[in-house]
Ligand binder design. Sequence first.
Ligand SMILES: *Cc1c(COP(=O)(O)O)cnc(C)c1O
Length: 383
Amino acid sequence: MIYLDNNATTRIDPQVWEKMSVFLEKQYGNPSSLYPLGRDAKESINEARENIAEAMGAERSEIIFTGSGTESDNFAIKGIMDAHPEKDEFVTSAIEHPAVIETALYLEKSGKKVTFIPVDEYGTVDLDVLEKKVTHKTALVSIMHANNEIGTLQPIKDIVYIAKKKNVLVHSDAVQTFGKTKFDVHKLGVDLLSVSAHKIYGPKGIGALYIKKGTEIRPFIHGGHQEGRLRAGTENTAGIIGFGEAARIASQRLKKDKKRLDGLAEQLKKGIESSIPDIKFNGSENERIKTTVNFSFLKLEAEAVLLALAAEGIFVSTGSACSEDSEEVSHVLTAIHLTPEQARSSIRFSIGRFNTEEEIKTVLRELPKIIENLRAISAGSVY
Ligand SMILES: *Cc1c(COP(=O)(O)O)cnc(C)c1O
């Protein structure tokens, strides 16, 4: 099996699992309990919090654990909008993850003014439009750090600069960059930032939200005193420990991993470009998380390519929803001006820590044959 869908989720790192399993089996105490079994769990949770804080240049007290990256996005957006009722505008981009897009649509339904900033053909937000749309009535700007479908990195510092001129808070969904590329919340200048464990070789079902000290936010889950009363409920101890360990390992390996994985991605990209005709690269050449490689294989349905690759044990994802309906084509690919046909032929390869050069070579050997065969079959059909 060759797993090239690391933007969707990653395999858990054995070291992460080893640390977690102790907390499922033996250290099962409730972190709120005052005897050692509980207190030790609490202490380990705070170590994990420290590891995550450190990986983004934050303070331990600024990290709140959540149930997912999706929950972190919901918490940030709803929490800030609710805490600032005197400001009823929310600004985001056209290419956000559904966790942000759907939350924005919910806000719109409940009477807020929501603006989706367009992007250019590379997927970069239009800063001129942003400048015009951010007003003194805007409570929050939420723009992702890197896009999950095409990898484009947003100019967060410039976005923050524009927002701060009008005293507006900024949130960024950094689920695709945390642990993969070095950044610092203070240098970025954001007030809130979402991360998730399962994209960095940690467990599923655990995320975190950075909330800058002093930021006014409405609690997301009411109940006990956990997570500074902002997100109540008995902690997912094993998940948190796993996330902390995943963040620690990612920081430690970041430089070396990034160099190797960017190299593999470049090898894949160049290999595809030199061996397969009629393709379109989607995203930004340089302002991109390089391990995300998205191509449209023109005149083919991406599902057919995905299934043919899967038959060879190679797992990728399509850039578009599986639907005949052009309205359901990926909003990201539509936003970067792809036609519905181009969007429907898009395949995303995403490379991760456990991929090898041998695997990339195998893909580059199989893929051209697959594309050629499918094109021969579909020649003269719908397109
Ligand atoms: C995966 C992902 C999310 C959602 O995170 P979950 O932990 O799966 O809920 C949010 N934003 C981006 C950019 C992602 O890639």
